[in-house]
Design a protein around this ligand. Sequence first.
Ligand SMILES: C[S@@+](CC[C@H](N)C(=O)[O-])C[C@H]1O[C@@H](n2cnc3c(N)ncnc32)[C@H](O)[C@@H]1O
Ligand SMILES: [Zn+2]
Length: 682
Amino acid sequence: MLNANNLPLKNELDKLDKHIALTASSCGLAERYSRGKTTHTVHVWWARRPHSAMELLVREVLNKAHYAGENPAVLDIFGGGGTIPVEIAKAGGKAFAIDSNPLSIFIQRFLLEWSQISFSSLGKIETLKLLRESGMRVLNQLEKMTAPLFPLRSKAKNGTYPFVYFWSYRLICTECGFEFRLSKRPWISKKKGKRIFLEGIVDSKAQQEKIKIRYDAGGTPIDNWQKRRGVACPSCGHLHKCPSIKAASDVLEVVGYALSDKKGKVFQEPGDNALPEESMVRKTEHSLLKRLGVNLPNVCLPKWSGIVNPALYGIDTYSDFLNPRQRVVLLHLINILNKEIQRLSNQKGKETALFIGAALSGLIDQIVDWNCRLSMWISQNEQVGRAFCGPGISMLWDYVESDPAANGPSNLWDKLERIEAGVASLDIFNETPVIIKGHAQNLPFNDETLDAIITDPPYYDNVFYTVLADFFFVWKRLLFDTLVPEIFLKESTEDLDELVASTFRQGTPKAAHEWYTSEMSKALQESERVLKTGGKLALVYSHSSVGGWEAILTALRASGLFLDDVLPLNVERKARPRAISSSAVNTCVAFMASKKRHKKSQINPDDINVFFKEKVIPLIISLRAVGWDDRDIGIAAIAECVAYLANAKNVKGVSDRQSIIDVTTLLRPHLPGFRLQIRDSL
Ligand SMILES: C[S@@+](CC[C@H](N)C(=O)[O-])C[C@H]1O[C@@H](n2cnc3c(N)ncnc32)[C@H](O)[C@@H]1O
Ligand SMILES: [Zn+2]
């Protein structure tokens, strides 16, 4: 791990008092690439900040604040997956965390509250032992119960086993009766010199598209999709504009086998007995639902075109994104976990059972995210990809299924190890943190009660948390609604006060922008209200559009807080899969502010030019010297200007939006690779 003493060219940033930023960046990047051994590996949450970077940020705030008492009270108003509150508690602060999403509250209470109860009653080592024993018991049972669902599993021999099932949808043409594939991603391998794809062959006699696995270097699969128009029947050419998977059927096209001793993979047509009888799957589902005393979740996905595309093609509910076999595997798991929680409750008490059960519910996350109709095959490296890495959810016309209780990709045995590592990374805190479900716009604290707020809000329109969370929430609810009814009261996490800019919720892009700006202003004004005089705020932020920066500028100015500094943090993975915009943000910043008396005055456009020369140019030079690229430096530079502008009353004759555009114009000659998008909110 990098630390403050082995960083290159640290003096450059020392001059600007931003050395901590670079340290945090390097540690954060290292953590992102190495993965594992942090709380992040237990449950899925989105836009999480690396622990190492947040640890440094928390320390920085606590060091600067000179608290009178021993344990400063520090709040995160957008707790999310709990990274910042964990670091506050580890640093010895009295941590408070708020989030509006019940699933975030579940994750945070698990990490910060239930862990402490279990650690103090059983001890950490004993808790970890119990987690391992319980997890193994659950997985052994799951393996047994799911054997009839995977008939090929028993045919695995000499270390060769079926590890992945390739599905596509087949539609019967309404014009000519021909059955054809809706496939869009026919590639099976593009790995190092390999070229394997599925070729569709029109078999007019059988009135059906047949497939052939092609291994040749030269061929290219034929695509029946016509951009923005629909899919054409390969037999008669009829265009099916918006095909629904409800009118189609899922068809298993290929099975991938892993060869023994890691000697590669082979792909074969499935043959006759690759799948269980449909009637058996249906019957098992019915009896599992009956045993659990529940119905399948029937909450509907929002039909947000461009953001939640599966909803446009027949994936109506948060149950439909799983095929029948995947759903039965998930229900088996929920049923086994349910029994395990009851067993633990009788033997070790309700609290420990809740903690272990919540930890093991990370297994549900693994199935939902890696083993559903939206799980993608990445042919470049022959791997399965996550379905819900956000920000949007794409429709997939070809998906892959793995056997989660077998030894293949995204299997649950490996996940159990990651859950254990995540729990092991938790400390015993001096003071148990307090987690509150609520809204940042209306904080449940008295005036002047907190020493600091350290937080990482939703970045404008980057992630729609409730939409993503519901894919997980509706299933966890089947397991936890009686244990923690206050969290699972409602069927979904949908919340109109979620602080994101959404054209779908607000009606127009303009209304979405204004709504986000005014609600973020309220959240920051509330922060100012509850902070003690002299208290500190650290706000992590980034965006790739002018609107995103304009909103945070207006909100920071309205907060009444004084911006002391901006710390640039480069903590994202460089290549974000399936980001909505091609210019995904790699860098974020921490705005560092304090509650103190200050008078804001109007500035002139010329003042910005002077500020730019004196402060922004040296920043560009030092970040370039430590190897940052133009796009990342651009974000840091924009934020530096936003902080300056937020401390002013306004710029004479220039709107906030225009100020951001003017600053990007000033940056252009220095950072030719940097652009902010001028676009509407999503
Ligand atoms: C960027 S995430 C926080 C991630 C967190 N720092 C982590 O590392 O896990 C932003 C969070 O804000 C929450 N949120 C959205 N609107 C909110 C509101 N009005 N009040 C409180 N929390 C809100 C979302 O549910 C989400 O968890
Ligand atoms: Zn046809």
